[in-house]
Design a protein around this ligand. Structure first.
Ligand SMILES: Cc1ncc(C[n+]2csc(CCOP(=O)(O)OP(=O)(O)O)c2C)c(N)n1
Ligand SMILES: [Mg+2]
Length: 355
């Protein structure tokens, strides 16, 4: 039986504040690794900011903004191997960029176009999961399968604070622990499940405390510190590969953007707190670290951003160049034996669309 460590009470941090709190180094990370992490952060940030603009221009549909969540995604993926499987929620919709997926694919997904679907096995990346926590048991099952086959790969499932109140999360966590599945349960605790604050979500002192009940270690990390996230995930991955089973990581941040483009948080959020959080957002924090270490120059920052912006311009152009989807696909792929009424429904839809 794996020994259960008490959940870390304090948030783990590597990046200091350039003042009283010193920067720390992560063992094993070279300057090249730090630059790669920076590229990942900028690519994700640019994708997110451009997507909000594309949404306002009517070029993509409702979009789940992940501004200030980039460090959780880039830091954790950097601790994985290509063989490890990623199970994203809608909040990590663009995480495939870190596996070489074209921005056009993800933009197409948000356009509701079939070219936005990929074969998960091509990237070891599961479909974007919109129902809260239903992908946690899927990830646990896949991880268990890897163990049964004697493969070294593990899986990581991303979900929010609100997801820890869902049955599927608990089933997946328990199953993974009992089977010692090589799984990382990565909880993005951004303080909100749409308009429900985390304080109304649980009576547990921390979300990482939930890990103890399943007999797995729980780590707490500053979710806006890309290096702390990397370090914690690397430990979880090492445990998984050593046959010690799952680890729960609670990465804490504060949602500094609306839940999605369809949301107006003014009705419920603390706007002063949002402004405060924006000032210490994750990309700027890492830029500060890199500058203090003498790694990042203005030139490098500008060229990294320009590269990402070009990738987005190419991405939206490619997504918009896709021929319109065949609406029959919606009806053909829902049932093996479609109900008779589907033929009429399809005819009606085509009439409405003028096809
Ligand atoms: C099973 C299910 N119930 C309800 C919803 C509606 N819903 C969409 S997002 C959301 C909040 C989830 O919050 P959290 O897990 O904290 O993730 P975050 O959006 O903050 O990343 C809810 C309840 C859903 N998508 N799926
Ligand atoms: Mg949340």
């Amino acid at each position: 039986m794996a020994q259960v460590l008490p959940a870390e009470r304090d948030l783990r941090r590597v990046i200091g504040d350039g003042d009283a709190i010193p920067d720390r180094k992560v063992e094993g990370l070279t300057d090249h690794d730090l630059v790669e992490l920076y590229r990942s952060l900028i690519l994700l940030r640019t994708y997110d900011e451009r997507s909000v603009v594309y949404h306002s221009q009517g070029r993509i549909g409702t979009y789940a903004i992940y501004w200030n969540h980039e460090a959780m995604q880039a830091g954790s993926v950097y601790a994985l191997d290509e063989d490890d499987w990623i199970f994203p929620s809608y909040r990590e919709s663009a995480i495939g960029l870190l596996r070489g997926m074209a921005p056009a694919t993800i933009l197409s997904w948000w356009r509701g176009h079939p070219s936005g679907w990929w074969n998960p096995a091509d990237y070891n990346l599961a479909s974007i999961c919109v129902p809260i926590a239903t992908h946690v048991p899927h990830a646990a099952g896949l991880a268990w399968g890897k163990r049964l086959r004697g493969e070294k790969a593990c899986a990581i499932a991303y979900f929010g604070d609100g997801a820890t109140s869902e049955g599927a999360f608990h089933e997946g966590a328990n199953f993974a622990a009992v089977m010692r599945a090589p799984l990382v349960l990565f909880c993005n605790n951004n303080g909100w499940a749409i308009s429900t604050p985390v304080e109304d979500q649980t009576r547990a002192e921390t979300l990482a405390d939930k890990a103890v009940g399943y007999g797995m270690p729980g780590l707490r990390v500053d979710g806006t510190d890309v290096l702390a996230v990397f370090e914690a995930t690397r430990e979880a991955v090492e445990r998984a590969r050593a046959g010690e089973g799952p680890t729960f990581i609670e990465a804490v941040s504060y949602r500094a953007a609306p839940h999605a483009t369809a949301d107006d948080p003014k009705a419920y959020i603390d706007l002063a707190r949002v402004e405060q959080e924006k000032r210490k957002e994750c990309v700027g924090r890492f830029e500060g670290y890199l500058r203090r270490a003498g790694i990042l120059t203005d030139e490098m920052a500008a060229s990294t951003r320009a590269e990402a912006e070009q990738a987005m311009r190419d991405g939206i152009a490619a997504a918009e160049a896709e021929p319109p989807a065949d609406v029959a696909l919606v009806f053909e792929n829902a049932f093996v034996d479609p109900p008779a009424s589907f033929a009429e429904d399809l005819a009606e839809l085509k009439r409405v669309l003028g096809e």
